[in-house]
Design a protein around this ligand. Structure first.
Ligand SMILES: *[C@@H]1O[C@H](CO)[C@@H](O)[C@H](O)[C@H]1NC(C)=O
Length: 292
């Protein structure tokens, strides 16, 4: 502060510079995702790690244990993006679950689950939606890329119109709010983000056909660039309640016709299971939301 004794104009311009610099630093900190700020490792006895000053989070699984984390915040609607790089090589039997969930016996849940496979065979992306404890709305997909070679963005857009699952900004599934025909929709219970890497070789590999090969352990899944444009609930108050919601495009976003075409493309080429067409499973008739 050598300038403080010289003219007042140079003093005010240097303090202006200081304030500007401070603003740049604060904005930089606020926009870069930091895993330390957003998540807590919840289990796994050291198998879950935050690395690179918070830029990266990894979960691992070995014969003794898997691991998991959860978000510090609870959300009620928003667009939530995470980049994941899944377990590479022979990952058969491993499941990386990444989901939103509320608590209690009548919980709501929005799921991505990534089912590993033998080297070279495709991962299965499993999706589901629970309303008040009731799920049974599975759709499963293969991917159009190798999800273990690089990070890819997996997104959940959740608002009163519906839930859209996307991969690299390509929507793969839309679960519409069908309350008008009596289908429960998750809209009242704040949810946290959870993720875990665990052994599910009793069911994940087509009913336990292939067992996890522990000679490949530890298995590792990685996470980075988390972003939540979302309503955060704290002490019962929503961060969306106080300010104007006009810029919050994600509160009203639905699929436009271009996005609808993308969903159709994914479902035609990469969908491997759809509860809405499983007439054997629902002999009394398909769930109501499937009929519209
Ligand atoms: C594994 O690969 C096989 C063969 O391509 C495929 O049928 C199956 O859906 C894949 N996923 C799982 C979890 O088995």
């Amino acid at each position: 502060m050598a300038s403080s004794s010289s003219s007042s104009s140079s003093s005010s311009s240097s303090s202006f510079l200081m304030v500007s610099l401070l603003a740049v630093v604060l904005i930089g900190v606020a926009s870069a995702s930091n895993m330390y700020n957003d998540f807590d490792i919840t289990w796994g006895d050291g198998r879950g790690k935050v690395l690179n000053n918070g830029e990266l989070l990894t979960l691992s699984l070995d014969k003794t244990s898997g691991s998991g984390f959860k978000s510090k915040n609870e959300y009620l609607f928003g667009k939530i993006d995470m980049q994941l790089k899944l377990v590479a090589g022979n990952s058969a039997g491993t499941v990386t679950a990444y989901y939103l969930s509320s608590q209690g016996a009548t919980w709501d849940e929005i799921d991505f689950e990534f089912l590993g496979n033998l080297s070279g065979d495709p991962y299965t992306v499993h999706t589901n939606v629970f309303s008040q404890g009731k799920g049974n709305r599975e759709q499963q997909f293969h991917l159009w890329f190798d999800p273990t070679a690089d990070f890819h963005t997996y997104s959940i857009l959740w608002n009163l119109h519906g839930i859209i699952f996307s991969v690299d900004n390509i929507p793969i599934r839309e679960f519409k709010n069908s309350e008008s025909i009596g289908v429960l929709f998750p809209k009242n219970q704040p949810m946290r983000i959870y993720s875990s890497l665990w052994n599910a070789d009793d069911w994940a590999t087509r009913g336990g056909l292939i067992k996890t090969d522990w000679t490949n352990a530890p298995f590792t899944a990685s996470y980075e660039n988390f972003n939540a444009d979302a309503c955060v609930i704290s002490s019962g108050t929503s961060s969306c309640g106080s300010t104007s919601n006009n810029e919050k495009y994600w509160l009203s976003q639905e699929l436009d016709s271009t996005s609808q075409e993308k969903v159709t493309w994914v479902q035609k080429n990469y969908m491997i299971y759809n509860y809405c067409t499983d007439t054997k499973r629902f002999p009394q008739g398909l769930p109501k939301e499937c009929t519209i």
